[in-house]
Write a protein that binds this ligand. Sequence first.
Ligand code: NAP
Length: 262
Amino acid sequence: MTAPKVLITGASSGIGAIYADRFARRGHGLVLVARDAARMEALGNRLHAETGVNIDILPADLGKEAGVASVEARLRDDADIGVLVNNAGLSVGGPFETQSQADLSNLVAVNVVAVQRLAHAVAPRFVAAGTGTIINVGSVVGLVPEFGQAVYGATKAFVLFLSQGLAHELGPKGVYVQAVLPAATATEIWSRAGADPAQIPPLMGVDALVDAALVGFDRREPVTIPHLHDAAQWDTYQAARVAMIPGFAQTVPAPRYRADLT
Ligand SMILES: NC(=O)c1ccc[n+]([C@@H]2O[C@H](COP(=O)([O-])OP(=O)(O)OC[C@H]3O[C@@H](n4cnc5c(N)ncnc54)[C@H](OP(=O)(O)O)[C@@H]3O)[C@@H](O)[C@H]2O)c1
């Protein structure tokens, strides 16, 4: 069986470029998506020379309608694509009240809307085939409002929820959905967001991050958090959430909200 083709968004640098390298070395053809065509051409040429796999470049701005639509079309029409890596993303620096609405709208467009639309474009084909993989790159920031990146964190909370929800809905239909939640990793995302070098925390290497994420992928983990050493903490967090579910099925408000009881 030939390895399915992998479409990777945000493949021009950082985590996406390493995903491209690793999937090429595993024998997968690639479709690389980002805005910077020249960087993707250079990466594609190198990986083709080193691995022999076919690599297509699909330049697209995922913050713009035309860009998302072109990638949606490719995902719908190219039956060889069996893996979608929703990795493209950005953050916006500065405090909420000074961030520009244009920057925040673009953040939500790329980190949320494009992720949802690309998953939605490919899902019918994967469900019909009874197989396929969607990898969504979120962030631990989506678990930590205390980091003070409200909108970026909210986009990443969306990515985690979407991934868990799609795993629940599409998993029984043969589609594997993985959320990858990196913490601080050495990529361009920091400089692109204008981060003060003095404020940047210790960073994990991007090769180590992606290799760890692929260990989770090979194990078919639903959620992979390479920086988190104590996996029991995540399990406890999930168990506490799931334990609340029966508590939501009430028809009267909790006593603490009943004016007639106070
Ligand atoms: N590095 C970290 O510490 C860290 C931690 C947690 C999560 N993450 C997540 O990891 C993912 C990858 O980021 P990275 O750290 O590898 O950063 P990066 O090196 O800055 O890469 C971001 C990628 O997204 C692409 N991109 C940005 N805006 C785009 C747009 N409008 N349309 C299409 N592509 C766009 C960029 O390509 P072009 O500029 O060529 O378009 C680039 O390939 C993101 O989702 C990020 O939120 C990173």
